[in-house]
Design a protein around this ligand. Structure first.
Ligand SMILES: [Zn+2]
Length: 153
């Protein structure tokens, strides 16, 4: 089959042309198609959101959704402020030594100075350590205006 010898020379030439094909076509078409399809740009943000799952807390904090339950840090800060010279955590409203164990009259609770239901924020400046008895007595009343603490009566 001597006929295949001339054709064999054309074979290698064909392989050399193939690598060049992918390059040029890939670069020009996408750029030309992008401008007319500008409205579909939002699809490019989807992969970003999934990869940036950790950024969800940031937008949530900026939106400032109201959270009623103090964080552990806020709770500890309020209890720390309640300590007297003797280092004992006491109710801000009646000075009763607080018990860390729940279910007791003097169990340590965190009270919203301005009630949460009346717009009070869960921030250090609005949180007081209080015994359960005072917290139940005060309820949604505003400190001072609507409810006078036992130690101020
Ligand atoms: Zn109390």
């Amino acid at each position: 089959m001597p006929v295949f010898l001339p054709s064999a020379a054309g074979g290698p030439g064909g392989f050399l042309r193939r690598p060049k094909l992918p390059g040029p076509p890939a670069a020009s078409p996408p750029k030309a198609a992008a401008p007319p399809r500008g409205t579909t740009v939002t699809t490019t943000t989807k992969p970003v959101s999934t990869a940036a799952g950790g950024t969800q807390p940031a937008p949530a904090a900026s939106a400032s959704p109201r959270v009623r339950t103090p964080t552990r840090e806020q709770r500890e800060a309020a209890l720390a402020r309640s300590k007297g010279p003797d280092g004992v955590e006491r109710c801000t409203h009646c000075d009763t030594p607080l018990e860390r164990q729940a279910g007791k009259p003097n169990s340590a609770e965190i009270d919203h100075r301005k009630p949460f239901v009346k717009g009070g924020q869960t921030t250090d400046s609005n949180l007081d350590a209080a015994c359960r008895t005072c917290n139940r007595s005060k309820g949604p009343k505003e400190l001072g205006a609507e409810w006078t603490p036992p130690n101020k009566r």
